[in-house]
Design a protein around this ligand. Sequence first.
Ligand code: NDP
Ligand code: OXD
Length: 295
Amino acid sequence: MTGMTILIAMPNRDQQALKDELLAMDSSLDIRLWPDIGRADDIEFAVLWQHPEGLLGQLHQLRVAQSYGAGVESILKDRELRHNILITRVCGEALQDSMSTYLAERIAAHRLPGHSIAETTVGVLGVGRLGLAAVRHLQALGYQVTGWRRSKDELEDIRVLHGGEQLFQLCAQSDFIICLLPLTPATENILNIHLFNHFRRDAWLINVGRGAHVVENDLIFALEKSLLRGATLDVTRTEPCPPDHPFRRHPAIELTEHTASITDPHEAATVILINYHNLQHSAPLQCRVNHKLGY
Ligand code: NDP
Ligand code: OXD
């Protein structure tokens, strides 16, 4: 079987580093780096991260769009995305470990004086690959952790809630609220004033999902009204957060500039290579995304 051509199109990431990782694993790969895409019809597999507008429309033979990160919203929002293109993403231990470590550190930094770990409650919105790993890590450290997810499936040893009413309850019970949701039409703007009204006044929000989960003016207003104590925002609607943005000078907001968990090129290359071979052998791809659910 002849190999397929892989395109790497991630203008803001180190494309060459990923190419080098892939070639170190399989030197026979035919890899092109955007913007030198060559004959577009050769490309059946594309690795994308905030890819340029108009690119997907040129790739008529594309079969797989592989995100270079865990999030896929920039692929799904592309109006040129065809329904028959399979979408996958990076998932793996390096991404999970770095997220869990970041969250444990931010919680430790903002834990209320006099509150022991065992007394501290944490609500995690989104218990998928990263959320579940974070829940287990925080539980192992001794925190009381509750998750919240879309599906009603139970998880072993973890208290999990569902639906709007239970989300309000979770916020009312938690010292820390972590958002680890994917950005979809159902989750956009979920961190809004209606939700902040249910927060405990000494609660701390940590958003590591996406900036568009937060209604920014609502957060500023909620902090002014002391509906919550403060927030750590790893993600913002515009990244990096603009120099004159009110979040920058707010004493109760900590910005960490999208550093919670950065894709490891080696881990990404491993997933990409498995998916590349699975596609050739008509085997299921790893870390598949459901177009309809948006994650
Ligand atoms: P997964 O797809 O594995 O998990 C998503 C979770 O969110 C699932 O538990 C899912 O519920 C839940 N969910 C989705 N929609 C809803 C909804 N409408 N209501 C309630 N729960 C919902 O994603 P990952 O854990 O891999 O990643 C999550 C996000 O983290 C990424 O999409 C990305 O935005 C962000 N991220 C941020 C990074 C950073 O450095 N800041 C790094 C990497 C990722 P269910 O279990 O029922 O399906
Ligand atoms: C990701 C991210 O989605 O880095 O992987 O945000």
